[in-house]
Design a protein around this ligand. Structure first.
Ligand SMILES: C[S@@+](CC[C@H](N)C(=O)[O-])C[C@H]1O[C@@H](n2cnc3c(N)ncnc32)[C@H](O)[C@@H]1O
Length: 269
């Protein structure tokens, strides 16, 4: 009894200790042991890959053509492609993503849409997923800004040296591998809701997953979160993740010119 009385003030002073003790009571494993065993996020993804091999009913990867359906926005897509090319983004030339974005936003091109893109296109070759020494940071956000004359663009990147602000564009620092920086970014962006959020950053599933978690609450009704450059090797991971997407979002995988994109759309209320 005396021992418990001594313990209670310590527990109340330290909420983490309470959580650790609850976890131990529920699982019989201490949080400290867990930390020793989990060396790397990658192991978690290897486990997901294993699980997805066993899970049936994989999400079908749709060809781009069936996603485009009636090709209603060909002119808008061509206009966007020209802007991507002029500013130095490879979204159209290498990937055909101009077709995806015209399909998603072509009908709302004259509205005051809000777009957030993670990955501005650094030219620092020491940073992963860079655009090469001659890359042009900000290329894609500038292209979207010019395409939709009333669009408001936000961008974010791990490279603080390439941040800038100009007409209808604001940019922020973020590290997709660190959920705390994504949470800080969400606070800075509040209360804005986005019609389109793009993950064109690190292109690794663990970073994508953090970004997915951050992005879904920020989507406006009918808004879409697009994860670019998903290589075939990681498609099984997305088949597992698809099973965790809440019912009020639609989940699609689309095979584009080189890699695939994952599109998570918030359904209209
Ligand atoms: C392919 S480039 C983006 C290209 C640009 N969207 C365009 O179309 O012109 C990828 C960007 O992701 C950024 N990046 C890499 N790791 C990141 C991370 N952990 N968090 C946020 N951004 C990251 C890089 O600095 C780089 O600017």
């Amino acid at each position: 009894m005396g021992q418990i009385a001594n313990l209670i003030p310590r527990l109340i002073d330290n909420p983490k200790l309470i959580l650790n003790r609850l976890y131990y009571t529920a699982t019989g494993t201490s949080v400290g042991d867990l930390r020793d065993r989990i060396e790397d996020y990658r192991e978690t993804f290897n486990t997901l890959l294993e699980m997805s091999r066993r899970a049936g009913d994989a999400v079908r990867v749709l060809p781009l053509d069936s996603f485009l359906d009636a090709h209603r926005y060909t002119n808008e897509a061509e206009e966007l492609a020209a802007l991507f090319n002029a500013y130095g983004s490879d979204k159209a030339t290498k990937h055909n993503y101009h077709l995806v974005y015209a399909e998603l936003l072509g009908a709302r091109k004259n509205d005051a849409c809000a777009i957030l893109e993670i990955g501005l296109g650094t030219n620092n070759t020491q940073i992963r997923s860079n655009m090469g020494a001659h890359g042009k940071p900000g290329a894609s956000v500038r292209a979207f800004r010019d395409w939709g004359k009333r669009f408001m663009l936000c961008g974010a990147d791990i490279d603080a040296k390439i941040l800038f602000s100009e007409e209808r564009i604001r940019t922020y620092h973020v590290d997709q591998t660190d959920p705390a920086t994504l949470a800080e970014l969400a606070l800075k962006l509040a209360p804005l809701k986005f019609d389109l959020i793009i993950d064109d950053g690190l292109h690794m599933p663990w970073a994508n997953l953090n970004t997915l978690n951050f992005a879904l609450p920020l989507l406006a009704p009918d808004g879409a979160f697009v994860i670019e450059d998903i290589v075939d090797e990681y498609i099984p991971v997305w088949n597992v993740i698809a099973k965790f997407i809440p019912a009020d979002y639609a989940f699609e995988l689309i095979k584009c010119k080189s890699e695939s994109v994952c599109i998570v759309r918030k359904r209209m209320a």
